[in-house]
Design a protein around this ligand. Structure first.
Ligand code: ZN
Length: 81
């Protein structure tokens, strides 16, 4: 495992920056690499992109809490504790 591999939790943390284009190139590349191998995060990103399409621009507070809860729960279920 490479040391700077992006984990699902980090995807959640940086996704708003990523979709805003505010993420540094290195981090963005690492995140995209993660998406290639992680179906859960890919679905999550798709949901976020849909939210942006609906609102025109992404604000963290625009993400429905129910969606966040569901996604975070999904990650917790997937990750070893
Ligand atoms: Zn993931």
């Amino acid at each position: 495992m490479i040391p700077d591999e992006v984990q699902c939790r980090e995807v959640v943390n940086v996704l708003t920056d990523y979709l805003d284009g505010a993420l540094p190139a290195e981090q963005r590349a690492a995140l995209e690499q993660h998406l290639l191998t992680c179906e859960g995060c890919t679905n999550y990103v798709d949901q976020m992109r849909t939210s942006i399409g609906l609102t025109g621009r992404l604000q963290e507070e625009d993400v429905p809490q129910a969606v966040m809860d569901k996604v975070l729960q999904m990650f917790q279920d997937r990750l070893p504790s």
